[in-house]
Design a protein around this ligand. Structure first.
Ligand code: 6CM
Length: 258
C-alpha cells in the first residue's frame, strides 16, 4: 500500500490459523471470506426480495423466500444491536461448545467430533423433532476469527463465527432415524465504544455490539413448507433474543473482553 506521497504503510498480514494444515482448510478459508462479505452487505445492497418478517426493538429479521425442488431454503438475515456486550464476547459464546446447551433450545445432542484447532471445531448435532417431520441432524465445521477493523484501525476488532455443513465418514447422512440438514451460518459482530466524556474508566454502559446473523438451512428431505416457515418465524427471533440475553447475563459482572 503506497500513499500518494510515496510513504509505505504496513499492511495487516492476512489472518493465519493453526488449522491451516487441515484437509478442510481451503474450504474454510473460502467460505469465511464469502460469508463475511455477504454479511457485511446491507439489506438494500443484497438485491431485492428481502422481506422483514420479525422486529423487536433493535432486532430486525429478513428472509427471502426460496425453494429447491419444493423444499424451503429461505435465506435469513438478522441485524441487532445489544448494549453492554462486545463482539468478541458474543462470538466466544456462540462458538464454544460448553455454553451451547444453555442457549440452543432446538438442540437435542451435541458432540464435538474433532478439534481441528482452538478456533476450528467439527460438530455433530441432533435437533428436536418437529411434528410432522422426521428428526434432523447436522455435521458442520465451526470457525471463529478476529478480523481487522479496516474502517477504524484504532477501534475494536470485528469478530465472526462461520458454521458450514460438511461430511464425516463415521456419520453418514440419512442412515438412522434422522434426516441430514445442510446449513451455512455466519455471525458477524462489531463492537461500538462510546467513551465517557469525563474521563472515567470505560464500563459496559459505554459499549454495544452490532450483530449480523445470516443463515441458509436446507432441511434435506421432506418438510411441509408452511410448517417450516412457521417454525422459522417462531424460532429465529426466539434464538437471537435468548442467545443475546444469555451473553449479557454471562458477562455482566466480568471484565469487558474486547
Ligand atoms: O445458528 C444457530 N445455532 C448453531 C449452533 O447450534 C448452528 C446450528 C444450527 C442448526 C439449525 C437447526 C434448525 C432447526 C432444525 C429444524 C429443521 C426442520 C425440521 C422440519 C420442520 C417441519 O448454526 C441458531 C439456530 C437457530 C435456529 C432457529
Amino acid at each position: 500500500d503506497r500513499l500518494k506521497s510515496g510513504q509505505v504503510i504496513p499492511v495487516t498480514p492476512p489472518p493465519t490459523s493453526p488449522a491451516s494444515q487441515h484437509r478442510l482448510w481451503p474450504e474454510i478459508e473460502k467460505t469465511v471470506k464469502q460469508q463475511v462479505a455477504m454479511a457485511r452487505m446491507g439489506i438494500g445492497e443484497c438485491g431485492s426480495g428481502w422481506q422483514l418478517f420479525a422486529e423487536d426493538g433493535e432486532m430486525k429479521m429478513y428472509r427471502r423466500e426460496e425453494e429447491i425442488d419444493g423444499m424451503v431454503v429461505d435465506p435469513l438475515k438478522a441485524v441487532h444491536v445489544v448494549k453492554g456486550i462486545t463482539g468478541h464476547e458474543v462470538c466466544h459464546h456462540f462458538f464454544s461448545p460448553q455454553y451451547r446447551y444453555d442457549w440452543e433450545t432446538t438442540l437435542e445432542q451435541m458432540t464435538v467430533l474433532e478439534t481441528i484447532s482452538d478456533d476450528t471445531l467439527l460438530f455433530l448435532q441432533t435437533h428436536k423433532r418437529i411434528w410432522p417431520a422426521s428428526q434432523r441432524d447436522v455435521v458442520f465445521w465451526s470457525h471463529i476469527r478476529k478480523l481487522p477493523n479496516d474502517q477504524d484501525r484504532d477501534g475494536p476488532d470485528i469478530w465472526t463465527v462461520v458454521n458450514n455443513s460438511t461430511g464425516h465418514p463415521d456419520h453418514p447422512a440419512n442412515v438412522g432415524k434422522c434426516v441430514r440438514i445442510f446449513l451455512t451460518v455466519c455471525l458477524l459482530c462489531q463492537t461500538r465504544v462510546n467513551p465517557p466524556k469525563d474521563g472515567t474508566p470505560l464500563s459496559r454502559e459505554n459499549v454495544s455490539c452490532k450483530i449480523t446473523y445470516c443463515s441458509v438451512v436446507n432441511p434435506g428431505g421432506w418438510a411441509p413448507a408452511s410448517v417450516l416457515r412457521a417454525v422459522y418465524k417462531r424460532e429465529y427471533p426466539k434464538f437471537l433474543k435468548r442467545f443475546t440475553a444469555y451473553v449479557t447475563n454471562q458477562t455482566k459482572n466480568k471484565p469487558i473482553m474486547f
